[in-house]
Design a binder for this molecule. Sequence first.
Ligand code: SF4
Length: 558
Amino acid sequence: MDIEREILETDIAIVGAGPAGLALAYKLAQLIEADGSVDMPEILLMEKGSHCGAHALSGAVMDPRGLAELIPDYIEKGAPLSAPVSTDSMYYLRKSGEFKFPFLPPSLSNHGNYVISLNRLTSWLGEQVEAKGIDIFAGLAGYNLVIEDGVVSGIQTVDMGLDKEGNPKSNFEPGSIVKAKVTVLCEGVRGSLTRQALEQIPELTAGRLPQTFLTGVKEVWEIPEGRIKAGEVIHTIGWPQPNHEYGGGWVYGMSNTMVSVGYAVGLDSPDPTNDPHMKFQRYKTHPVLKRILEGGTMLHYGAKTIPVGGYYCMPKLFHAGLLLCGDSAGFLDPSRLKGVHLAIKSGIMAAETLFDCLKDGDFSPGKLAGYEQRFENSWSKRELYKSRNFHAAFKNGLKSGMFHVAIQTLTGGRGLFDRREHKPDHEYMLTIEAFTKRFGQKPHKESIKFDNSYTFDKLTDVYKSGTQHEEEQPPHLVIADYDICNNRCTEEYGNPCQHFCPAHVYEMVEDSERDVKLKLQLTPSNCVHCKTCDIADPYQIIRWVTPQGGEGPNYENL
Ligand code: SF4
């Protein structure tokens, strides 16, 4: 279908109003105000969620360093910090017992940090940006990155009002082409435009290791008083994660009666039945968790991938017409599982670079390179470099990982090896045959019966994410070849998508046209935009693209 698209011009297009994009906008306005000699540029700050913060989700314990650098009086300005961290502990869990570590690794010490709800913090940050006179266009999603003669020249926004087959309905509104001097991608983890940039501009990933991810699944609970204190932070390793997989859990006291509880699972698992949602529900049945949660009420649910590859997996941060910030560029310290402070810092450094560009009227790649130079000289680089080998330490399981991390702590992050090569996560998934050969039994998902009052099935949880999508639109999970799903994948892997998706979007149902055969059925309206399928699919035939703007989860307190 040939579509005539409106062309809009702007100076700076920022895709994603999360911590990185908002920090960028705020800092740029601050620099321009303080300098007085540069006019405010035209900024298009877009957010695919229905409002600022609707798609923001994290554990989260925030190191305030980034926020303090951006807004030194953040406490006086009313930043929504649930509680300062009061106590820190770490447990090794066995199926029915636990061992409390007498001390914590330095990276997990949270003294001076805050338990927060990222989606509340993001909404507040959005208000600070709007108070600087910058509009946030919520409900506006980027669909394509526009690259002309090797230069990123802007984005095409998503078409609204198409039916399931992609035909225009009566309310059809074609997406526009937004031309910008610089496009800054702050889309969060595995952004769809960032993926296009990394695929189409080989220079961005040349010499870098592929990013590696966890899927974090989280609930917020209201609990009886006396179970946990506001600011109490508990991390766990061990059960229910098998030794050959990477992951762990957490409980954070948001107040004396509200907790964030969650579990994160590596997507480089060899197990085709790897199911982060099921692992999380089983995790809650451990006595350590039951002592805190039992008798409480689950209020909210969400899921999101986490980029944990660290420094060696970060792409080049700039290209002609392009900057990459926040989770889109892998700004996350894997040893601390913290990225909010680094995302904010990346936004600050991008703003300083763009301010220089505005002053000199020069947006050339040579000028944009200032962003990467700032990063190289910043505390964010020093922090990320220190944890550069952290994830690789766990390649041979939890016990050897703990040994390697101890050596890394003593050697400034180097450990016994530096820059260990690895493959993209999906290449670690084994076929049923290969798994059986390696582990002596077929892949078998440990499961529990959900009671939907303490442990929840995926659909009940999804309801608590507030996710909503218009049903009458093209599916935003684009499957390149259904034949692979319905035949080859069923035999080789047993259709892992039905396991790894934490929102029950993928289901194998009986195919009435074939005897004893199953076919893939999608329910895209359940999707919580976690991006697990885009990463973990072993054939890489699933592509997550943006649905109409303003859809997806409506996170609260997450
Ligand atoms: Fe996550 Fe993909 Fe499932 Fe959506 S469909 S919830 S992105 S795994």
